[in-house]
Every structure is written in C-alpha cells, then in structure tokens.
Design a protein around this ligand. Structure first.
Ligand SMILES: Nc1ncnc2c1ncn2[C@@H]1O[C@H](COP(=O)(O)OP(=O)(O)OP(=O)(O)O)[C@@H](O)[C@H]1O
Ligand SMILES: [Mg+2]
Length: 299
C-alpha cells in the first residue's frame, strides 16, 4: 500500500506558473492520466478560463456549469465528468476561476461541494490560471503541494520567481515542486540553478526539482488532435512518465496534509462574518490567515 492510500485525505496539488502558456494544462492532464493508470482515483479541477484548457485538451463537453450549482439546479458531483483516460474532471468554469471574488454564500456552496465530492479521491489536481492573481494564490496556498511549471525562457523564469516570492511572503508557502517544460536536461538544470540561486538568496523557500519535459512537436500535434501522448511519442512520453513517477513518489507534505486542507480548513469564508452578501475583497485573506495561524509555517 502506498502513501496516498494510507491517509484518508486526498493529496491536493495545484499546478501553477508565473507566465502563461508554459504547459500547466498539458502537465496536469498527463499527470492525472498517469496517476489514474497507476491505480489512483484522480480528480482534475480546471480553475482557469483560458482558451485551450482541460476540457478542450480532452475534448469534453460540459453540459452543466457552476452556475447550475450556485442556483441549486445541480450538485457539484453532477458537474464532474469522467473522461476516457480513467480520471474525473471538474470543469470549474467561471465559478472556480473567480472563486475568491464570489460572495461568501457562493464560495461556501462550492467549497462544501468540493469537500463532499473531493473526499472520494486519492489525488486532486488543480490546473490554475497563470500569474499571481488572487485566485491563483488561493489555490496554490490551499493545496498540500504547489507545483510550479516554467520554461527556460527568461520571462518564464522571472515570473515563476515572482509567483514563488508572493506565495512565500504573502501566503507562507515554503515548499514548491518545480517542473521545467519545453527543454532538455542540461538547459533544465541551468534554469533550475538560476531559479534556486535567486530564491536561496532572497527567499525562505525549499524548491524541489522534479525534472524536465522535452520540447517536441509531438506535444502540439497531440494537443491539436485532442489526444494524450502515448508510447509512440517516444521523444517525450517516457520522460513524462519518469517525471510523474518521481513526483508521485515524493512524500506527502505532513505540515499541509492534515485533512483535506483545501476544502476543509481553508475555506475563504472562515473568519468572515455570516452576511451572505458580503463579497470577499481581492485583498481580504481572512480565511488564509486563520488557516496559517492554525498551522504555522508550511516548511
Ligand atoms: N513539451 C512541449 N513541447 C512542445 N510544445 C509544448 C510542450 N508543452 C507545451 N507545449 C505547447 O505549449 C502550448 C501551451 O501549453 P498549455 O496549454 O499546457 O500551457 P498552459 O500553461 O496551460 O497555458 P495557459 O497559461 O494559457 O493556461 C501547448 O498547446 C503546446 O503547443
Ligand atoms: Mg492552461
């Protein structure tokens, strides 16, 4: 029996990046499929509203949205779509993308739904938007593990650093998994070293380099064909599998895995008053602060 099966709470991993278009969705979808193939029950939450996101990559068609949940026409479980690759997808749409700006009652409806539905899974992946918006910070700091994807491109590196900086300084996230996409082994190590040297110098964080994903035309081709990579994509697929094996073998983050942190304890509503019309201002982190006070640092 492996780690994830010994604990009752799902492992929750957010997949984020400073810069857009670096491969978050590609990574999330394939990680979900890989974990599912190795026997885990996986839920992939799409918390972005981009043009080419999870539903598009997988060719899914969501008939119901968070609006149906918020208006009481559907439960969150009704929104979850099983996909052909052995895992489930929650096409979060605008409700997830704008979670932190919904009113407290709406947030509570979504978080309650996630808590209930989420407990059935071993692994929950959250594919977030790019950047350091409030919602990204929320998901990345609420997850047990924040996975940062970047490429060797200097702007991607700078933006990844900015994300890590904000998460560490404003949300007390101290441990990050790092994946470098669209590169080769040497360039990936150089890129990670650059990130590490500046992070070591200015931030109090631990960066865990999981590995790299080669850049190859087969990725774009597969995405265009709305299929996942397989053994025939020999330039990338074996690297991907190795990378995900490393990632899934990493021990759970004990300081953040006590319960389904994301759903149970990190509710945005925690600490706010009970007025259901009270919108959460983009800078109001009451729930986050309450959580951090309970748990101390994440390192
Ligand atoms: N390893 C790779 N090799 C070649 N091309 C890649 C690779 N990874 C990603 N791409 C290309 O980059 C594009 C963007 O990838 P993806 O949609 O996963 O990025 P994203 O970070 O989720 O973007 P966004 O910020 O818009 O959500 C893909 O459509 C694909 O064409
Ligand atoms: Mg994406």
């Amino acid at each position: 029996m492996n780690d994830h099966q010994q604990t009752t709470s799902p492992r929750v991993i957010s997949v984020s990046s400073g810069k857009g278009g670096v491969g978050k969705t590609f990574t999330s979808v394939h990680l979900a499929a890989h974990a599912a193939a190795s026997g885990q029950k996986v839920l992939l939450i799409d918390a972005d509203l981009g043009l080419a996101n999870v539903d598009v990559m997988l060719g899914l068609n969501a008939s119901r949205t968070m609006r149906n949940l918020l208006s009481g026409d559907a439960t969150l479980n009704d929104l979850i779509i099983p996909c052909a690759h052995g895992f489930d997808v929650l096409p979060g749409g605008s409700g997830m993308y704008e979670l932190t700006s919904l009113n407290v009652a709406e947030q509570q409806t979504i978080l309650d739904g996630l808590r209930e539905a989420g407990s059935a899974y071993d692994l929950i992946l959250i594919d977030t938007a790019a950047g350091i918006g409030e919602n990204v910070l929320y998901f990345a700091s609420a997850a047990e593990t924040a996975l940062v994807v970047l490429t060797p491109d200097p702007t991607s590196l700078t933006d990844a650093y900015a994300l890590i900086k904000v998460l560490s300084q404003q949300r007390d996230v101290r441990r990050f998994m790092v994946v470098i996409n669209q590169t080769d082994e040497i360039e990936a190590h150089i890129t990670f070293k650059r990130l590490l040297s500046v992070a070591d110098r200015y931030l109090d964080v631990y960066l865990d380099f999981i590995g790299f994903i080669p850049r190859h035309a087969c990725v774009r081709k597969a995405i265009q064909q709305q299929r996942l990579l397989n053994d025939s994509d020999a330039h990338v697929y074996p690297h991907l599998c190795k990378l995900f094996d490393h990632l899934l073998a990493r021990p759970r983050n004990d300081s953040r895995s006590g319960g389904l942190q994301f759903f149970w304890e990190h509710s945005l509503a925690a600490g706010l008053n009970d007025d259901p019309d009270n919108s959460v201002d983009g800078h109001d982190n009451s729930g986050v602060q309450a959580h951090q006070a309970q748990h101390g640092t994440a390192s």
